[in-house]
Design a protein around this ligand. Sequence first.
Ligand code: ACO
Length: 330
Amino acid sequence: MFTKIIATGSYVPERLVTNDELAGMMETSDEWIRTRTGIRERHLFEDPSAAVGAEAEGTTVSSACIAGERAIHMAEEKGLQRSEIGLCIVATCTPDAVFPATACAVADRLGLSAPAAFDLSLACTGFLAAFNTAAIYLSSGMYKNALIIGVDVMSKLLDMSDRSTSILFGDGAGALVLTSDTRFREGSDSGVLKALLRTDGSRGGVLSCRSAYLNGPEASAMHMDGRAVFEFAVREVPRLITELLDGQPEPELYILHQANYRILEAVAKRLRQPMDRFPHNIERYANTTAATIPLLLDELMREGRLHDGDTTVMAGFGAGLSLGGVLLRL
Ligand code: ACO
């Protein structure tokens, strides 16, 4: 079934926070953060609870809208009208409200006409869950075009006194427009070749964050066993990718969730692939949770590195514990 990413967009808040700035707030250093994670800087909202101006309705909705608008603008330049987008899925674990869903506000603000709109919550695997869900809707023929957004304002959850978690995350949003309309086929046989999602709920305690609103003020701190997540990713992501490939030729690009540069290196090594097939931007944005993959896709698209007919693997992992992947012909 023909399915193609025809447009992408992204957004990060203006405020840039370097490792050195974090070292002024807590006992850490640029050297420690860089060598353990590859991160040099991240973008964070100053105070997401006091958002003003364009963000007054909430930082998650506004970030998603800016990224979504940029993707729609690119789609319009290619001849797809906004009114043709019938499905809007937002992956986030940091919504502005318990309800309504972020996707409802985003679809309204972006002027989509009566779309199906809903959120998906699977932390860092959320974008892959949204992508795979949209691809299935499109291949069923129910919708022709979808807007998929991964957005997280991690600064809502960060405890800046906890150096083991706060240094890892950034805020951001990435969006893409996916189409199954053969008007955009242009000779290439784009489509999802295989998609997978896996969860192991028995390991939920490894990475968790209970909502203060729902569970009381003591409940909101993020808990992470970093080493366990690291080991899970390094062991399970290569297995998932091997299962996705299942004898298919090596893809040109491996677009992985950006959680730690060392995880990317370890996955590349296990798959016996060179690092130049693993594009990365974790050094500039840190881990933006559901946004890392679409943020990276947007950079690759704008740099002309997504070539029609190439195959790519996308894979995410995170809280759940969960894993998701897709093998895609671009
Ligand atoms: N600065 C300086 N020292 C630190 C810092 C810091 N920011 N943070 C921890 N340390 C110390 C620890 O206290 C520990 O000290 P100790 O040995 O005296 O106890 C030491 O550094 C080593 O800590 P480790 O946990 O062994 O360090 P490790 O090499 O495992 O790196 C890290 C930690 C970066 C967190 C790594 O485990 C990792 O990246 N894990 C994966 C994280 C991840 O991908 N999370 C996904 C979240 S996505 C989602 O779904 C929300």
